[in-house]
Design a protein around this ligand. Sequence first.
Ligand code: GLY
Length: 429
Amino acid sequence: MKVLVLGSGGREHALAWRLSRDAKVSEVFVYPGNPGMKRTLKIQVVNAKVTFDLVSAFAKQNEIAYIVIGPEKYLFEGWVDQFQELGIPAYGPSKSASFLEESKIRSKQFMRDHQIQTADFEVAQTLEEANHIIETHPQWSGYVLKLSGPALGKGVIVTRTKEDAKKAAQDFFHFKPAGIEEGMVIENCVSGREVSLFYVCADQEYRFLASACDHKRLKNNDEGPNTGGMGAYSPASWFTDAQLQQVEELFVKPTLKGMADAETPFYGTLFLGLMVSGDELSLLEYNTRFGDPETQTFLPRIEGDFSDLLYSVASRNQNLFRKAEVNTSVLNSLHVVKAAKGYPGLFGEAIESQIPLTIMDNDSLWFYAGVKQSAIGGLETSGGRVCGVTTVAPTLNEARLMAYNSIRQVSFSGEQYRTDIGRPARGES
Ligand code: GLY
């Protein structure tokens, strides 16, 4: 069977790589992909404009069995629904179910309505409301301001004092970034250790894939600005099996039941961002797609017919979903991202591009993201996160040593990467 992965980053490269390993998958197309992906056997890159009509025409012409959607924006735009209407199975939630990630306001209200443990919060539509909320919650340990709306997945500011919170609210309402018209969530700042948990869901049935921990800050020791993720490791072995059981009862089942009851059954990846503090579990956020870079990290641990599992969800086939033979290995995996100079560019720094990559012969697992074909041959940088290496080993320590032993196999001038991926952050053990 032929499969199409929509997107162009490291997550999509990892998905395509993993799907390509299943015997029944003859070819994986990545649309629009990037030229670094061509280094993986069985992957074809469709270097074309991404519009719904073009992608669906390509899928029909090439007899694609199903489409796996990488980035959330296509979910929010309803591409899954549209593919399904054309008879093309597509993996991911419908537009109406993807509000769990798209709208911070609706998702927090959903948690409240379904008694899903999350930090206390209020919704502000105006600066006056925001100031009132901040003033009337002096007992909160800090204030997290989350913009709500499709373009704002990363619109989160964590503040400690009332003054800082009010200043941030004022800036948001003054500069009015896209999406602010939906308002913002202001919530109590909960502390602890974060874990990402991934479930493949078909209505009220689900399969746990893996836990992972993402390192979001640019620099070692969790310093520097927030990024899309500079590396990750899987599993989060400090997160116990008993806690995983609790998550199923307290978060996964009520979420899927709530979605089914609202006639927006959830099909696709339920990615829970949880805060863990001792025995306390609190849901920070839902995402409705695979994480980046967690996916590059944990997919090599997934054994069996991964393609069947995703196909069963895309084709809404509960029977196949139950039968799909997929397991998660007990091995540890780790992924280190290399980013371009200037990344993440939050404060107006230019992100350097067109820097040639030097790639040594190697058999390590490199996933490519921000790269393009250079006019003189080879690859050059074209984006913030450029590539990353994944290693798998019996212990996390071994995986880390292997990753950093391989780290020079792909290099470019100005590259930035952390040297402490997989090590606990300060205050964690
Ligand atoms: N690594 C976090 C995310 O994909 O949103």
